[in-house]
Design a protein around this ligand. Structure first.
Ligand code: SF4
Length: 70
């Protein structure tokens, strides 16, 4: 299943991803983005890929995370 992953060592806390996708990302206590643990829906995927490409820190990616059942 596809999930958003944030590389905290690269996130500069600009807020772009949190503003565009509040259902998927929140700020942590340090003002960096935190990905909510949920699957990216097919309807949202294109917009999220755009945001991944626009992240100024190149801190975002979508990863195909395997579940234990697979
Ligand atoms: S868009 Fe990138 S740099 Fe900006 S808050 Fe999100 S992960 Fe951090």
């Amino acid at each position: 299943m596809d999930k958003i992953v944030v590389d905290k060592s690269r996130c500069i806390g600009c807020g772009l991803c949190v503003m565009n996708h509040p259902d998927y990302l929140v700020f942590d206590d340090n003002g960096q983005a935190d990905a909510i643990d949920k699957e990216v829906s097919p309807e949202d995927k294109k917009a999220i890929i755009d945001t991944v490409g626009n992240c100024p820190g190149e801190a975002l990616k979508i990863e195909d995370i395997k579940t234990n059942e697979e």
